[in-house]
Structure formats: structure tokens, C-alpha cells
Write a protein that binds this ligand. Sequence first.
Ligand code: MTE
Length: 301
Amino acid sequence: MKKIKFSEITPENIYLKRRDFIKKLGLSTSSLMIGQNFLNNAYASTNSLEPTEYRYISTYNNYYEFGTRKSDPVEKSQNFKTEPWNIKIDGEVENEVDISALEINNMFKSEERIYRLRCVEGWSMVIPWMGFSLSKLLEKAKPNNKAKFVEFISVYDPIQMPGQKYPILQWPYREGLRIDEAMHPLTTLVTGLYGKKLPNQNGAPLRLIVPWKYGFKSAKAIVNIKLVEKMPTSSWMRSSPREYGFYSNVNPNVDHPRWSQASERVIGSGILSERIPTQMFNGYGDDVANLYSGMDLKKYF
Ligand code: MTE
């Protein structure tokens, strides 16, 4: 029999507070459990979308270009040069785009988007990103009808990035999305955090956030976005295809071979970090489940 750990049970006072809050909003529990509408004010939908403190978001990171310990990115990325920075959008497009991060910031208005980041390692944070829908930038490049997938390529600079001296992953870091996932309004090009400039350790100057997928789909320090015909192989798929699939949608029913995905530890919620159940599509099912209708998500993990 599977033992339930003490930390997996929501303490009663938190549960009751949540129910009270839901009643005040006049909503049913089930309508809240299904997910958030991206246009809603994220604060209003559940009180569990209260942002994690800045000090956790900016010191507990995964960014293997700077090392594999959680503290490596903040410790080793402070002198990383993010200016000047150019990003190229090419491949199956009518207009190749070569644009600087500065121009992007002037051309597209960033807004606050509070999304939960769920890491495949079993922890999560709620992060008030600044950014805009990636689709706006992709539209400038006019993808042609052969563009079925989008590949994201992070910077390669082993002089500035000590982790790239080791073959921990295939460098540069690569990720990919299907074109309809990339064009979805929730898919965000991130330019800032907590109303400020994006810290280097969180992927400055430009990184992606795909809120219904595990954190590793959200590439940091992007220099190239390629529209392609065939499904790209991400760095994680290349390192361990059995463990990391192309889709990597947050799914409590499909475990990673080494870790359960049924619940998650909420970073910053005290010494005995609260564990909460992981939601299908990280809680964004209302907005994105239709992208996968008819697909076997156990097979396409
Ligand atoms: N992007 C690059 N270029 N390199 C990385 O190692 N790690 C990924 C993702 N993007 C990573 C990356 C993983 S595993 C996670 S969980 C998130 O970034 C972490 O984002 P955060 O540190 O801003 O919370």
C-alpha cells in the first residue's frame, strides 16, 4: 500500500481558509480546480496563486550553463553580459527577423503575468513575470505553411558560462514546441520579474514561459527561434529520451521514471514546505486541454 506522507496532507486550517475564500467568490470548488483562465486576475482564482517571495525566485534556480546546484546560477551569473543582445527568428518564415532585446522591449508592451512554475523535480513557485505573448513576435516573422514546430536555442558562451565546459547537457540548450503551442496566448516571452528587469539567474534578457508544461520547457537566454518542419530534439530528450518527452505537459497521472508527479512542494512555504496536489496542465487546462484532444498523453509525455 502506498503510504501518504504527512506533508502531502493539506493542513485543515489551510483547507478551510481556501473553502471560505471560494465561497466568498461564489464559485464551486470544481470550477476552480479545473484551472485558471489566462485573462483572469490570477490572484482572484485561488489564493494558492499568491506569489512566492522574490528572494526564493531569484536564488533557487535551474540554469545548468552556470552549474547544477540550485545556488550556482545566482552565484555565478552576476557578471554575465546581457547587453547587447540579439535574437534571430528564422527557418520556415517569410521574413527573417534579427532584433535586439532593446528593440523588443520598445516594440512589445510587457505586462504582469502571474504563473505557477512546476519543475519536474517536484517543486513549484508562483512567479509574477513581466512579458507578452510570444505569438506577437512570431507573427512579425510570418511563419510559412511548412512551419510545424518551433525550436528555441539558448546562448552558447563557455567563457562566460562555466557549466558549458562540461557535457552535462547538449549545448547550446535547446527546447521545442509545436507551432500551435508556441502561438498560444499563454506562451510568454519573459522580459522581467516582479515589475523589474529579469535577473540573470532567471534567464535574462529574454526567456520563455510555457505555464502548462514542466519548467525545463521554458528556455533561458534565448538567441535563436527557428520555425521548422520536423519535431526538434530538445537537450533533455537527447540526454535521456526515456525520461523526457517532447510534450512534457504537467500531468499528475504520468510519473517521471524517477519521481512521482502527483504532488509538489511549494517553495517558500515554511520549513515544512507545504505539499499540494499537482493539477492537470498545471491548472491551465481550461485554456490548453483542447490542444491535445484525442492524444494519448501517456504515450506523448
Ligand atoms: N534554460 C537554460 N538555458 N538552461 C537551463 O538549465 N533549466 C530549465 C529552465 N530553463 C534551464 C533553462 C529548468 S529545469 C527549469 S525548472 C527552469 O528553467 C527554472 O527557471 P527559474 O530558475 O527561473 O525558476
